[in-house]
Ligand binder design. Sequence first.
Ligand SMILES: Nc1ncnc2c1ncn2[C@@H]1O[C@H](COP(=O)(O)OP(=O)(O)O)[C@@H](O)[C@H]1O
Ligand SMILES: [Mg+2]
Length: 283
Amino acid sequence: MAIVVSLINMKGGVGKTTVASQLAHAADADDLRVLAIDLDPQSNLSQSILGPQEYVNHLSGNEPTVVQVLEDYVPAVGKEGAPTPVDVNDVIMKSVGYRSDSGLDLIPSRLELSRTLRNPTGKERRLAKALAQIQRNYDLVLIDCAPTESILTDAAYFASKFIIVPIKPEFMATIGLPLLERSLREFRLENEDHELHIAGLVLNDQSEYASNNEKVNARRDIRQIATENDWRIFQYEMPYSRSYAQASRKGLPLARTPYAKAERVNGFDRLKNEIFNAIGVRS
Ligand SMILES: Nc1ncnc2c1ncn2[C@@H]1O[C@H](COP(=O)(O)OP(=O)(O)O)[C@@H](O)[C@H]1O
Ligand SMILES: [Mg+2]
């Protein structure tokens, strides 16, 4: 049975999508069966796994996306057809990793996912329901989330056992943490039977410009909140590196980007091992 992990921080631009896509590629390279789910209307994970061109092709072919999983039907095609119930298997793009025999699958997103938010009633459990049908086909499921709290956050909570929180050590770093803590507390109160843990925080030092002083202060604040809540901080800290953006633009794992330093590649591998140990994935 797959272990399901969501990447969440109620703050944007902290590395949720970068960690999700790099973890997905790393798990794929370890020959695990991985399903990446893009639950952000901005669709950055879809773009960074498929590469921008293939993503555009997918959209223009009107192929199904995670929108159909939450809406629970596939829209009618042409005048005659009627909407049909969705089969989650039809929404999954198979073997989208960089190797031809890749074990990485993807449920992509599209901007229209934001419309789901206008009429959210009853939709928060649909992702979990869909996953229950396919969970035995995978070792790991990674869900990339949008920063604002919505029905999509609840959908991720219901579907997941673990949460990983990427965070930037810079000014206002901790702004999303109390929001996440409260959101989780409320969710747990209402759903006592659902097991959901913070697996840990990933420090992602993606800012080239923040002063050292600012980074030191931010790390102190992050540590304090983590200690208060009994949250682990993973030991490996992702350094600033252009290779992460490069990898996203090309739909590649870090190790496959030109000029990626061995130190960065090995570093991310260590982070992957720490995370897999924390959530009990064997590679
Ligand atoms: N360690 C890093 N070094 C350099 N750039 C990074 C790093 N981590 C993320 N980025 C870049 O920062 C931007 C925001 O990261 P992203 O993963 O999209 O954040 P989020 O999903 O939390 O909004 C992206 O352009 C990404 O390529
Ligand atoms: Mg993102």
